[in-house]
Design a protein around this ligand. Structure first.
Ligand code: ATP
Length: 521
């Protein structure tokens, strides 16, 4: 735990030191769970968004994008269920005065049981070697069975109580499990209360004719209310999807995990409209496609897992999270939800406008079903950034901090470094810089010894350094240094563009994604 905390603290301070992320309004002591992206942060964030957008819109014939407004008619949130049901159960510890999400306290407890079971399984796998049958062990070893069944029992009871709004039972469960406050260590809890997460605001110049609005808590509704506009103007045939990225706002109760849980954040969502009855098929396909997108970035397969929901949101008939191993453990990174026809039907009822699809072959109209993929851009940023940040022992006994960002996402692709600050090397470096910047984000750095400059670029995440030396002036070659291997190669200036392009272009990763995604439509 201590180790995890330390690693996470390093992530946060590195993000600040290298121009990625700082707390919002820092000079006024900050604003809780709101963050600003600095010069490198904004580039990384843009690149993640672009990679997602290309994978959705550019790579599919039947997916288009849109950009809907943040302000929307307030009835939309009545229709979507957010006014009545977008609540989190909160509980306070009377001694520390800290506020928690009751469901998260219980889920964390259940996660510990899973970790215990997995430990036993790993030990047994080592002991039995090749003959080990994990499935059999899970169902026969008494200790593992006890951990796993206890976990299931707890999660099921919680889902049932939350679904029936039996908040007294949620508190009872917390007490029965003996869950204590991580800060005070006490079990002195208040009752569990529901808390609506939407931010309210007003539109209009005078008090009499102003209208109460909400800041959108998800981008999805902007897609649903435009379903027919896109379908008609684009002559879209089912199945088809609409993608959107944009800000969402939630007044989160617990906001203590850096950009994992923010009050203002960005989502990347895609709603896929299908014929009724086909939702299960598409739900499966999108689970696999989304995992393939993640794996194509090369952060390591072992860092991802699926988590099927027992507790379903009011609109869903099936839901899975893709969880990622953050510095504080496996947590939700993305949700894949089979949303049924709930949203379109409800908007139909509340607006009085038909939101249907006319099937020419069958000569009938119906409300399509929807499968959604929804990922937080900031959470994805944290997943990438925290995995990339590594401290490495080097062969000569020293160590270095390196930010191994996937090259396709790195904010700056190349740093150009004259070996020394005279003899025409800066001028030659600028010549190269001015050509390469037409294609890539490039920086120039001439301060300090070249070794220190390499370290600086390693820590900032720059995949390539070009060093311009005296030989460059003679034969138009430079050294190209790779951040990860630290290998240097002598390269002709004229070949630089194509070599760098090969590594930083998104096309190879998109190809990998297609290969990893085995399902065909
Ligand atoms: P959680 O259970 O962590 O609160 P959620 O299930 O409410 O998340 P969804 O409503 O499914 O999340 O939102 C889809 C995605 O949006 C999440 O998988 C996550 O990546 C992102 N997201 C949700 N809330 C936040 C937040 N407060 N800060 C950053 N990202 C968020």
């Amino acid at each position: 735990m201590k180790n995890q905390d330390n690693q996470f603290k390093k992530v946060i301070s590195h993000a600040k030191e290298y121009g990625y992320i700082v707390q919002s309004s820092e000079i006024y002591d900050g604003l809780g769970a709101v963050y600003d992206y600095l010069q490198n942060g904004v580039e990384l964030k843009n690149n993640i968004r672009t990679y997602w957008w290309k994978s959705m819109v550019q790579m599919h014939d039947n997916i288009v994008g849109l950009d809907s407004a943040i302000f929307m008619h307030p009835t939309i949130w009545k229709a979507s269920g957010h006014v009545d049901a977008f609540n989190d159960p909160l509980i306070d510890n009377k001694d520390s005065k800290k506020r928690y999400r009751a469901d998260v306290l219980i889920e964390d407890y259940a996660e510990k049981l899973l970790i215990k079971a997995n430990k036993e399984i790993t030990k047994a796998a080592k002991r039995f070697g090749d003959t080990f049958d994990e499935e059999q062990y899970k169902t026969t070893n008494p200790r593992v069975v006890k951990y796993l069944s206890e976990r299931d029992r707890i999660l099921q009871r919680m889902s049932k109580s939350l679904e029936s709004s039996d908040l007294a039972d949620v508190k009872e469960l917390i007490e029965e499990l003996g869950i204590s406050c991580p800060v005070s260590g006490s079990k002195n809890w208040t009752d569990v209360k529901q808390f609506n997460l939407m931010f309210g605001t007003k539109i209009g110049a005078s008090a009499e004719n102003s209208m109460d609005l909400f800041l959108r808590p998800e981008t999805a509704q902007g897609i649903f209310v435009n379903y027919l506009n896109v379908q008609k103007s684009g002559r879209m045939k089912l199945p088809f999807g609409i993608a959107q990225t944009g800000k969402a706002f939630r007044n989160e109760i617990v906001a203590r995990q850096f950009i994992f849980r923010m009050r203002e954040f960005e989502q990347m969502e895609m709603q896929f409209f299908v014929k009724p009855g086909e939702q299960q098929k598409w739900y499966k396909i999108w689970k696999e496609r989304r995992l393939a997108w993640h794996l194509s970035l090369g952060l390591g397969k072992e860092n991802y897992r699926f988590h099927k929901h027992d507790k379903l949101a009011h609109y869903a008939d099936a839901a899975t999270d893709i969880e990622f191993k953050f510095p504080f453990g496996f947590k939700e990174l993305e949700g894949i939800h089979s949303r049924t026809d709930f949203d379109l039907k409800s908007h139909q009822e509340h607006s009085g406008k038909k939101l249907q699809y006319f099937d020419h072959e069958k000569n009938e109209s119906f409300v399509p079903f929807v499968v959604e993929t929804s990922i937080g851009l900031d959470r994805m940023f944290l997943a990438i950034f925290s995995t990339a940040l590594q401290e490495e022992e080097l062969e000569n006994g020293s160590s270095r901090i390196v930010l191994r960002l996937p090259a396709i996402l790195a904010p700056v692709k190349v740093a150009i470094l004259p070996l020394i600050k005279r003899d025409g090397l800066p001028e030659k470096s600028h010549e190269i810089l001015n050509t390469l910047r037409l294609d890539f984000n490039v920086v120039y750095d001439e301060k300090d010894a070249v070794g220190r400059r390499y370290r600086r670029q390693d820590a900032a995440g720059t995949p390539f350094c070009i060093t311009v030396d005296h030989q460059t002036l003679e034969d138009d070659t430079v050294t190209l240094r790779d951040r990860d291997t630290m290998q240097q190669k002598r390269i002709a200036i004229k070949d630089l563009k194509s070599i760098i392009e090969q590594e930083v272009s998104m096309s190879n990763s998109l190809l990998k994604m297609i290969q990893l995604s085995k399902t065909k439509e």
